[in-house]
Write a new protein. Structure first.
Length: 146
């Protein structure tokens, strides 16, 4: 089964209060997963990676053979897709965890950049995560995001 997902990390200040949002839909457009949460004080790029990690870890319970993901983080998408190098030490740890999950996943992963205007639903979720201050369990990230 093909799944469609969107992720977003929001940050108020950089660094600042940060949240993540994730949505997964099936081929019919039905929502299979919708999550948001607070990840503490961090940077926008760490928030974007954290949202992708939340998605990849959450996919362990969703039957899927092909996962098509959109994100409005051009930096993260290009790094994960091998177009940009990862120089920042914090991002490198998160990048390596994404690569590990990707390599061990039972599905193929496609990650695409979309403009911010096409990612409003997950942006809303990420901001709700900041507002609610409901933390996402740190084990969802596999590494320290902060």
């Amino acid at each position: 089964m093909k799944c469609f997902a969107a992720t977003d990390g929001a940050c108020r200040g950089n660094p600042g209060a940060s949240g993540v949002g994730v949505i997964v839909r099936n081929e019919q457009g039905d929502i299979m997963l919708s999550r948001s949460g607070y990840i503490g004080e961090t940077t926008n790029n760490v928030a974007e990676y954290s949202a992708l990690l939340l998605l990849l870890r959450s996919m362990q319970t969703i039957p899927c053979t092909r996962l098509v993901v959109q994100s409005d983080s051009e930096l993260m998408v290009r790094q994960v897709n091998g177009q940009y190098k990862v120089k920042d030490a914090k991002l490198k740890r998160l990048f390596l965890e994404v690569q590990r999950l990707k390599a061990n996943a039972p599905y193929t992963l496609e990650l695409h950049y979309v403009p911010r205007e096409q990612n409003t639903e997950t942006d809303r979720l990420a901001n709700e995560g900041i507002d609610a201050k409901t933390p996402i369990a740190s084990d969802m990230f596999g590494v320290s995001a902060h």
